[in-house]
Design a protein around this ligand. Structure first.
Ligand SMILES: Cc1cc2nc3c(=O)[nH]c(=O)nc-3n(C[C@H](O)[C@H](O)[C@H](O)COP(=O)(O)O)c2cc1C
Length: 247
């Protein structure tokens, strides 16, 4: 027997867009108020309801709360971040150095989100030709977690400046398991309206119309849709402080 599908009110969809636009990568604004287990449970449930190829659900969530462990992870970041800085030209290096790219010591909780590529056996429905779809599925879980956290006014930061092998060794993650995301999670003093990297002059949001193509690669059309993208951007105002968005 089929059930009538649930529909959402205009208010509900407006709220969803607000959550999407106000989600931020949080680095410097964590405070040390602990996250209640019932809230953390909801966020993990949201992550676990992400789509996954062949319903594989390849993820695990390794929660890191011990201070010694969080400090050790921060040390791994510091070494990798020094190497990362060297990869930019000298002018960019100064700006790079001024950026805060993690909140590892100030957030009370870290979550290492992993992907078990063998979770559903050797042949997985939907993954027969695009083998990496299990990795993409795990990223969907991360995004669900991130948005649910924002809806609960909890900050999340994604830190990827590590040597994966070193992080695995520290956290005793088996060789065959892949690290997809290392998240810092916590209550925050405030959320910024625009991405840190835009505020600090590293990189701005691109113009969406330049990224949309029709029927074949590189076919950009100025059509009804592009006008609507422009007017909806003005209506929704996702980046109120970023004039680049209004081009
Ligand atoms: C896969 C991935 C890895 C990221 N790694 C880092 C990181 O190591 N350090 C950092 O400060 N931000 C990291 N970020 C956050 C991005 O810098 C951020 O999402 C982007 O600047 C846009 O800002 P917003 O998330 O606040 O909208 C990462 C984001 C993603 C999706």
């Amino acid at each position: 027997m089929s059930h009538p599908s649930k529909t959402f009110s205009k208010q509900a969809s407006k709220t969803l867009y607000e959550i999407i636009f106000n989600r931020r990568d949080v680095r410097g604004e964590f405070n040390n108020k602990p996250i209640a287990d019932e809230v953390l449970a909801r966020l993990l449930i949201a992550a676990h309801h992400a789509p996954s190829v062949g319903f594989m659900q390849p993820w695990n969530f390794l929660l890191i709360q011990q201070e010694t462990q969080r400090t050790a992870v921060h040390k791994l970041f510091q070494t990798a971040n020094e190497e990362a800085k060297q990869q930019f030209d000298s002018e960019r290096q100064n700006l790079y150095q001024s950026l805060k790219l993690e909140g590892l010591l100030t957030s009370p909780l870290h979550i290492c989100v992993t992907c078990d590529r063998n979770r559903a056996g050797p042949v997985v429905l939907g993954r027969t030709h695009m083998h990496d779809t299990d990795l993409y599925s795990t990223v969907c879980a991360v995004q669900n977690f991130w948005l649910a956290a924002r809806a609960e006014n909890i900050g999340v930061g994604w830190v990827s400046i590590f040597h994966e092998a070193e992080l695995k060794k520290l956290l005793k993650i088996p060789q065959e398991i892949h690290i997809i995301a290392y998240l810092t999670v916590g209550h925050v003093n405030s959320f910024h309206q625009t991405p840190d990297l835009a505020r600090k002059g590293w990189r701005n949001r691109l113009n969406l119309n330049d990224l949309v193509m029709h029927d074949e690669w590189n076919n950009h059309k100025n059509n009804n849709l592009s006008d609507h993208i422009q007017s909806q951007l003005e209506r929704l105002n996702p980046d109120p402080k970023n004039p680049e968005n209004k081009s």
